[in-house]
Design a protein around this ligand. Structure first.
Ligand code: HEM
Length: 343
């Protein structure tokens, strides 16, 4: 096929996939800006872009673009090496005009890929992938700001991201005008302009990413995403699907209570329920109780239901523990044993 067999075809594929990735990265940094200006709106967007069919198609398309971009990058590099190999005695010096980044696009791409692996483990695997798997984890998949909190409260994250952003700047800066060149737009009037536009574009995008990384780190260290009242109300609403999923026949009633009550009251209710059920279930392993269960199948069913509900409460309390881990004042109204810090 012409697109993979000819050098021009391969360059064109690099240019088209590269252009799409430039647009994605630009969109992504604008999305992150929402997390800074309106964190609650950011979470609503994360919910909208969860494991819905349109988000899944977009993610699969993006993965395909990245994959094609990488495969063709390797093919082009090998082809260039081969070509240079036969001329290596003819060309002893690299032309001065060939910039450092153009010589190192593959290496820069590998650094970005390494950053991407860390990044996807920190975010995508715990958000969209968690939803696809239907797994129950402590943090709800739509709570984008909680994953920002978790990622950026660790100091090494900013260092790793800083390296990734720097590599991205060089890669974008060169890639931008190079994709126009590959598409045949190689005239002497436009090339300097395209280089300028590319430099501005990549500088603005990467500067935004840097600024976001710093703001997220500062806010995460202040525990902003855990303690902000509006965000807590939003996290509280994310408990509802956890209840609706696994709670059994009482789900609708408990979900309604959670929706109606403010965060503080829900926290108290959940902790009390978890402690109460924990205490009740403690007697299940005793031989007396086991005997009763053998004679009374209804009791066995009740215990199984209680165990399911306990698992939900336990998970919700883990989330509450994380949210309240930096609160100065423990909730004084809670009964002893219901403080939930047993995990
Ligand atoms: C401060 C910097 C960044 C933050 C806070 C951030 C945050 C996020 C978040 C929250 C997701 C969520 C995905 C989901 O809903 O599953 C995500 C996905 C992703 N990010 Fe970033 N990101 C940052 C920088 C970058 C950079 C520089 C790149 C590329 C070089 C990048 C590439 C991606 C990709 C490829 C995905 C997967 C998208 C998908 O599955 O549709 N991110 N990021």
């Amino acid at each position: 096929m012409w697109l993979s067999n000819s050098s021009v075809g391969r360059k064109l594929v690099m240019a088209v996939t590269g252009a799409c990735l430039v647009l994605f990265v630009t969109f992504h940094c604008l999305m992150n800006a929402v997390a800074i200006c309106w964190p609650a709106a950011y979470n609503s967007i994360c919910e909208f872009l969860g494991a819905n069919w349109y988000a899944l198609i977009a993610s699969a398309g993006l993965a395909l673009l990245i994959l094609i971009h990488i495969i063709y990058a390797v093919m082009l590099t090998l082809q260039n090496r081969k070509a240079r190999g036969s001329e290596r005695y003819a060309i002893s010096h690299k032309p001065a005009s060939v910039e450092w980044s153009s010589q190192n696009m593959l290496v820069l791409g590998i650094v970005i890929l390494a950053f991407l692996v860390v990044h996807l483990i920190q975010f995508w695997a715990k958000m969209q992938l968690q939803e696809i798997r239907g797994a129950v984890e402590t943090l709800p998949p739509a709570a984008g700001t909680l994953f920002i909190q978790k990622a950026f409260e660790t100091s090494w994250t900013l260092i790793v991201y800083g390296i990734g952003f720097a590599a991205l700047w060089f890669h974008l800066n060169h890639g931008f005008w190079s994709m126009f060149q590959s598409a045949g737009w190689n005239n002497s009037d436009w090339m300097p302009r395209l280089k300028k536009i590319g430099c501005w574009w990549s500088t603005i995008v990467v500067a935004l990413f840097f600024a976001q990384g710093i703001v997220f780190t500062v806010k995460a260290h202040e525990k902003y995403y855990l303690t902000n009242e509006t965000l807590r109300e939003q996290y509280k609403d994310m408990i509802v699907p956890m209840i609706e999923k696994d709670f059994g026949p009482d789900a609708a009633q408990v979900a309604m209570q959670v929706k109606m009550m403010p965060y503080g009251q829900v926290s108290q209710m959940m902790r009390q329920n978890e402690a109460g059920l924990r205490q009740a279930l403690e007697q299940v392993p005793t031989s007396d109780f086991q005997e009763q269960m053998k004679q009374n199948p209804q009791l066995k069913e009740q215990v199984e239901m209680a165990q399911k509900q306990y698992e939900v409460f336990e998970n919700v309390v883990k989330l509450l523990d994380y949210l309240e881990s930096s609160d100065d004042q423990p909730n004084m109204e809670l009964p002893a044993g219901a403080t939930g810090h047993s995990h």
